[in-house]
Design a protein around this ligand. Structure first.
Ligand code: SF4
Ligand code: SF4
Ligand code: FES
Length: 340
């Protein structure tokens, strides 16, 4: 349509203006795919139905069957690292990991056969003979449930201070008298969190949380191979020299306490960590407009841990450095740098 000249008010010479078509309210997406029918299968003889795409673990939960897991986490891609969750599927040659195997129509799943129990028991024994699982939540109960006896491999071998320097593929012959372990000195190289890899089961959760599943920082990865495999920064540099942004999302998903906030670590080391004296309060991070959900654990009037609920829509358990570790300014008492 012809428009007037905005300066003179008369018709603009030679100018032709077009009214653009109205913008779409939102970018058009692909047409919805037809809904897939639910999947019917049996778990320990119980018929269950789960949505298409659900896993065998989902089916076990629908059936009310408790299946132990270790490397699995609701917000992360399953990596099948631990094999604690294996179940027997009729017709399958091997045991299958329930956490990642998709449920199929007509599947017959057995979760408590002698083969399943033996496999879980040996996996737990191998883990517990080499890794310090004393503070891993629920692990003692799972070990007792399967009669795991890690002590049968012998007493723990002395700590190896050189694990970070080991060459990939180099074989260390065991002496047969003691069970080799992943024990090594605690890495406390920053004010936010501590890495105690003698408690690490190599579940890969922290690597995924630091990588494509949440943070996309890629500060840590698995170094070495076989028994020498370990979580490491590039060239085993201190965290302060790495790409770490201290979001602590790795700490939030670690199932064994290998990664732990420094406040909690120091209180535990002093014998002062006491869940009986702790309360947990949900609130909202005040630092920025994202407004992440926070769960603050408080002991004796001081915040000792900040987390985000896994079920929170936006954060799904993740935070940034401020929400996770930046609460020192609300603590009672003098702050670092205050005048005496
Ligand atoms: S440090 Fe924790 S989260 Fe990372 S691999 Fe080890 S046990 Fe898993
Ligand atoms: S945790 Fe970080 S991103 Fe979330 S509200 Fe606090 S400052 Fe903002
Ligand atoms: S929980 Fe399934 S393989 Fe680890």
């Amino acid at each position: 349509m012809n428009r007037s000249d905005p300066w003179s008010g008369g018709p603009a010479e030679g100018a032709v203006w077009f009214d653009p078509p109205p913008r779409a309210a939102k970018v058009p997406g692909p047409p919805p795919s037809p809904a897939r029918p639910p999947v019917a299968l049996s778990v320990d003889g119980r018929e269950v139905r789960v949505p298409a795409g659900a896993t065998v673990l989902d089916a076990c939960r629908v059936a009310g069957v408790e299946t132990p897991t270790l490397c699995f986490h609701e917000t992360l891609t399953p990596v099948n690292a631990c094999r604690v969750c294996v179940v027997e599927v009729a017709g399958a040659r091997t045991l299958v990991p329930a956490c990642s195997r998709q449920a199929e129509a007509g599947m017959q799943v057995k979760t408590d056969t002698p083969r399943v129990r033996c496999s879980r028991k040996v996996v737990l024994e191998l883990l517990a003979s080499s890794v310090d699982l004393r503070i891993a939540p629920g692990m003692a109960e799972t070990m007792a449930r399967y009669g795991a006896s890690p002590g049968r491999f012998g007493p723990p071998a002395p700590d190896a201070a050189d694990r970070d320097a080991r060459e990939a593929g180099h074989h260390h012959a065991p002496d047969g008298a003691a069970a080799e372990t992943v024990a090594q000195p605690v890495k406390a190289d920053n004010d936010c969190y501590v890495r105690d890899y003698s408690k690490c089961v190599l579940c890969y959760r922290c690597v995924e949380a630091c990588g494509t599943d949440a943070q996309n920082t890629f500060a840590i990865a698995v170094a070495g191979r076989g028994f020498d495999a370990r979580i490491s920064t590039e060239w085993a540099r201190p965290l302060t020299d790495s790409a770490c942004v201290y979001c602590g999302n790795c700490v939030a998903v670690c199932p064994t306490g290998a990664l732990m906030g420094k406040t909690e670590h120091d209180l535990r080391a002093a014998g002062a960590w006491d869940p009986e004296r702790q309360t947990c309060t949900d609130t909202i991070c005040p630092y920025c407009g994202v407004g992440c959900s926070l769960s603050l654990t408080v002991q004796d009037g001081r915040i000792v841990r900040a987390a985000s609920p896994v079920g929170a829509d936006i954060t799904r358990g993740n935070l940034c450095i401020k929400g996770r570790f930046g609460w020192g300014h609300v603590q009672p008492g003098p702050r670092a740098g205050d005048a005496p």
